[in-house]
Design a protein around this ligand. Sequence first.
Ligand code: ADP
Length: 209
Amino acid sequence: MELSNRQEKIIEIVKNNGPITGEHIAEQLNLTRATLRPDLAILTMAGFLDARPRVGYFYTGKTGSELLTEKIKKFKVHEYHSIPIVVQESASVYDAISTMFLEDVGTLFIVDEHSCLIGVVSRKDLLRAAIGKQDLSALPVHIIMTRMPNITVCRKEDLLIDVAKNLINKQIDGVPVVKDTPKGLEVVGRVTKTTITNVFVELITDNHI
Ligand code: ADP
């Protein structure tokens, strides 16, 4: 977030004189309290300043990058996940390849009749199957999938940064977002490397802090 000249000046004043009332900051800048109100609101919301009733404003001591880090660490899966693309366990490898092209995704989640997760197939899993001399429409996808319990999953309330770390550590492109049900893990979303890339770009374009 770019601070205006005036906002920089306010921070300096509070740094040197805090705790200080809005009235006194305004005096030092030869402005009215009302003129300063939006700037003080922005600086407080962004976390540069803190305000205590009847005491005034004080400097939190946090730099812009510290505040950004704090913010990123709080991003939750449910704020960013996308729609999962699933195929039934009875589907063939041929069907899975078609679905991957049609839906334009790199990872498919395989589900049972209750929409519960039983496996994952990636592009390379399908390529591997395709270079064998097998009839792909007769080969069920569940034969070649990576299966439970070896699947890395996440839940809506998980932190996005933890999922990003898992993508790197496990060397995978995506994880399903699951919901615990009596029948198993229902697939409700997906977080992929694209999700993380989008967040990265959004941080710059949306001026998050
Ligand atoms: P690609 O094979 O296209 O490089 P990945 O890196 O995502 O794609 O997959 C590597 C291997 O890990 C594949 O065999 C795939 O089945 C498996 N895999 C993919 N996603 C997961 C996951 N969430 N949990 C466990 N294994 C996974």
